[in-house]
Design a protein around this ligand. Structure first.
Ligand code: F6R
Length: 260
């Protein structure tokens, strides 16, 4: 697809920051979050997990330690969690968040929400949507992107109208995430995820993609018409999306522009 086609195809267009490498991307995303917190200390912040966010959260933790970046008044809502893992399982997203963000930035107890995965899941999903609404909706949602174009755990062909619900993980997602699990332990087949519509309700979205393995998904999301085959392409309809990616992940974007 030519650069001019790309420009015409997506309106409103996300703002792209194409940076040298993952470390630079992490600093830029941390800066974005820090500015949002400065503008609104009571920020309602949507969070993602996964390897892309390890350096992002490390950068936020450093700003907390060294510059006094405060999460004291913020409330956070994670995108997703595996079904069937106890909260203290080493590979649960609850453990991930405690380790990489909640502990290091001293998020106050009770300010960090993840989707409920115990007992009555349908009820927990409805309660999660209600809790987000009770906090006035999400001010800023951070997203990674799966190699298959998923956002949260909204796998290909998820409805753009979907809400928080239990989903089956794609075989490719379970394979991609196997490295996060102890050797010999299978990735759970199901998860609970915010829906595509839940994500699109956020007032502002930041999508982060690093590494060559994300190039195709990023290109599908923004250089072709929106299609549930690539859930991230739903973001084309959102008025305030910023994409932070490195050169490797940007390889498939026709009108890439370095710097940012
Ligand atoms: C995780 C999540 C997923 C990941 C995506 C990329 O909370 O929502 O959509 O962002 O699978 O994962 P990594 O960063 O591990 O490549």
């Amino acid at each position: 697809m030519s650069a001019s086609t790309l420009q015409k195809s997506a309106a409103p267009r996300p703002q792209f920051h194409i940076l040298a490498d993952a470390a630079t991307v992490a600093e830029a995303v941390a800066g974005h979050v820090a500015r949002a917190l400065a503008a609104k200390p009571q920020l309602t912040l949507g969070l993602a997990t996964g390897s892309t966010f390890v350096p992002v959260y490390a950068a936020l933790a450093r700003r907390h330690r060294e510059n006094g970046l405060s999460f004291a008044q913020a409330t956070t809502f994670n995108l997703d969690e595996y079904v069937g893992l106890p909260a203290d399982h080493p590979s649960s997203y609850r453990t991930f968040m405690r380790t990489h963000l909640f502990g290091p930035v001293e998020l106050p107890q009770g300010h960090g929400f993840l989707p409920g995965v115990e007992a009555d899941i349908a009820r927990a999903c409805a309660a999660y949507e209600a809790e987000i609404a009770r906090h006035g909706g999400l001010d800023l949602q951070l997203l990674g992107i799966g190699r298959n174009g998923h956002i949260g755990f909204n796998e290909p062909f998820s409805s753009f109208d979907s809400r928080t619900r239990q989903v089956e993980l794609a075989a490719s997602t379970r394979k991609a995430n196997a490295a996060e699990f102890p050797a010999g332990e299978a990735v759970p087949p199901c998860a609970v995820t915010m829906g595509v519509a839940t994500i699109l309700d956020a007032r502002q979205i930041v999508l982060v993609a690093t590494g060559q393995a994300k190039a195709q998904a990023l290109a599908s999301a923004f250089t072709a018409a929106a299609d549930p085959a690539c859930p991230a392409s739903a973001l084309q309809a959102h008025p305030h999306v910023t994409v932070y990616c490195d050169e490797a992940a940007a390889a498939g974007l026709a009108d890439r522009q370095a710097g940012g």
